[in-house]
Design a protein around this ligand. Structure first.
Ligand code: PEP
Ligand code: MG
Length: 587
């Protein structure tokens, strides 16, 4: 994984196309005789005229394709090119040093850009790219004459370059470019502005991009987190496929719902939160106007590395995510390792039944350094943002009590080091093991909030491995046994006055929405790509009808019957008013 700065937000996968811009390629320098000086001046003037014609054509082209503001980039370059003092300095250098005009151009532009590149002001540093671009164009004009040829970029390419000079960017077949990765450049560079206006993801400031990437490599560009994966493993590709789908779905037919509130037909407004796996998912969460992050799974940070992430590694991404989401709440879950989540650098003893072996909080309590490192990162983020800490795979009150002891130790250590944190950071438990669900009243007293993880709850209640395709027919989220357990968890949380969120995948299916609300759930956390569909379903639900629907479902004998009931009451898609209310309410 290569790190850089995200300068144009988005995520893309594709094939690397390494572009050589030619700038800083050695410029031939030769001594000239006094009689050659006039000839060099003429060469300079005609090269400037050619470059000016190219820039003007590019400006027109861009104005037509993208807009006047972006085309002004080349207007600014034309001004640099036409600057009389620049021409004077070049000619003066030719005369004084008796060198050819190319060498003089190279020297003068190098001098200008170096001064700007060391400027403290990021905006001025961004301008250095423009001046360098003009210099490069002038050199290419001196060397080869007109250079307006379009660079042939294969479809689906991710362009990798030292720096994306505006003239190069504009000459690319932009339709074929999925993303940009550059060694240099910053947020203020014109090429970054251009990338943003094109909506093309871009990561700049990746020092080793040219050393590590070659044409043909598979790349994932995460231009939200500012990282690039080179020839990633398929699990990482799948993760990004999902994010791409989330981002895409947010743009499509349900877009009109984004700005509408999440309110039931009878006027109850509900929080709709997002589940995220990594920093860049916050982009999709924000696009869909999530009220917060109900579940931040932290496993991804561990699985993309070859060693455990340090406290600072973890802090860096979480802090950035929290800044992005501020002031919305964020629930950070302690890493849930074990079960199917195995790290190559952290082998666990083989188990015949990994889901029932060491995983979640019990594993962390056996590896307290791992737990402490993550708690330190979480707590440091809590200093400035509304962070809560969620414990995975809690079985009972002992798990919570033991973690609280470690939290206090970590807080004491941070205090001794003068590091800030929220002393009252809420600590919550995932309810995803039947024992925790059945002991909800006891557990609720030990924690500040609860989160219902139906993905695991379903597998443990129905003895059906969630990862195994042979048990798939038995893995039934709508089984009445699961629904009864959910109902009692809701009741236990309510009587203890604890907030309860549902964050399992079950909450993301709009078919289930009325049922879940009818069971008493009032806070849903779903994948960003599911938010609008769920919001749509909530907006078509009346709570009293939902309660009646749930009470009918709870009396049914099988998942198939519940599913049939829900299908009869399936909400119409947005824009098409529901033709009938839930069957349970019909006479
Ligand atoms: C769950 O089990 O429902 C849950 C949200 O956690 P995960 O899917 O990460 O196990
Ligand atoms: Mg789980």
């Amino acid at each position: 994984m290569l790190k850089g700065t995200a300068v144009s937000a988005g995520v893309a996968q594709g094939t690397a196309y390494v572009l050589s811009c030619g700038y800083r390629a050695a410029v031939p320098q030769r001594s000239i005789r006094p009689s050659e000086i006039d000839g060099e001046r003429m060469r300079l003037d005609s090269a400037v005229a050619r470059a000016e014609a190219e820039l003007s054509a590019l400006q027109d082209d861009l104005r037509e394709k993208i807009g006047a503001t972006q085309a002004d980039i080349f207007g600014a370059q034309r001004l640099i090119l036409g600057d009389a003092s620049l021409r004077d300095r070049v000619l003066h250098t030719v005369q004084e040093k008796r060198i050819n005009v190319e060498a003089a151009v190279s020297e003068v532009f190098e001098d200008y850009t170096q001064n700007l590149e060391t400027a403290a002001d990021g905006y001025l540093r961004g301008r250095a790219a423009d001046i360098r671009d003009v210099g490069r164009r002038l050199l290419s004009s001196l060397a080869t004459g007109p250079s307006s040829a379009r660079a042939e970029i294969p479809a689906g390419a991710i362009v990798v370059a030292d720096e994306l000079l505006p003239s190069v960017t504009a000459r690319l077949q932009l339709d074929n470019v999925r993303a940009f990765v550059t060694v240099r450049g910053n947020k203020f560079s014109h090429s970054s502005i251009l990338a943003r206006s094109l909506g093309t993801p871009a990561v700049a400031g990746v020092p080793s991009a040219l050393a590590q990437i070659k044409t043909g490599d598979r790349l994932i560009v995460d231009a939200v987190a500012g990282v690039v994966f080179v020839n990633p493993e398929s699990s990482i590709e799948r993760e990004y496929d999902r994010l791409a789908a989330d981002l895409k779905s947010s743009k499509e037919q349900l877009r009109h719902l984004v700005d509408l509130s999440t309110v039931t037909l009878d006027g109850t407004t509900l929080p709709l939160l997002a589940n995220v796996n990594k920093f860049s998912d916050t982009e999709a969460a924000l696009l869909n106007k999530a009220d917060g992050i109900g579940l931040y799974r932290t496993e991804f940070t561990f699985s993309i590395r070859s060693t455990f992430p340090t406290e600072d590694d973890q802090f860096e991404y979480l802090e950035r995510a929290a800044e992005r989401m501020h002031p919305r709440k964020m629930v950070f879950r302690l890493v849930d390792l074990g079960g199917d989540k195995i790290l190559p650098y952290f082998p666990l003893p083989p188990s015949r039944n990994p889901s029932l072996a060491e995983r979640g909080i019990r594993l962390l309590l056996r590896h307290v350094d791992l737990l402490k490192t993550q708690l330190r990162a979480f707590l440091r983020v809590s200093a400035g943002h509304p962070v809560s800490i969620l414990l995975p795979v809690v079985v009972g009150i002992e798990d919570v009590r033991q973690v609280r002891v470690v939290v206090r130790q970590v807080q004491d250590e941070l205090s001794a080091e003068g590091k800030r944190f929220d002393a009252a950071v809420p600590i919550g438990a995932m309810i995803e093991v039947p024992s925790a669900a059945l002991m909800i009243r006891n557990l609720a007293k030990e924690v500040d909030f609860l989160s219902l993880g139906t993905n695991d709850l379903v597998q443990y209640v129905l003895a059906a491995d969630r990862e195994d395709e042979t048990t798939a027919p038995y893995y039934q989220p709508l089984h009445p046994a699961v629904l009864r357990l959910i109902e009692s968890v809701v009741e236990g949380a309510r009587s203890a006055g604890r907030e309860l969120t549902i964050c399992g995948e079950m909450a993301g299916d709009p078919l289930h929405t009325a049922l879940l609300l009818g069971l008493g759930l009032r806070e849903l956390s779903v994948a960003p790509g599911q938010m609008l569909e769920v919001k749509d379903a909530i907006r078509q639900t009346r709570l009293d009808e939902a309660r009646r629907l749930a009470s009918v479902a709870l009396e049914l004998g099988s998942a198939a019957e519940v599913e049939a009931l829900l299908n009869q009451n399936r909400p119409a898609r947005s824009g098409h008013p529901a033709s009938v209310g839930p069957a349970a309410t019909r006479p």
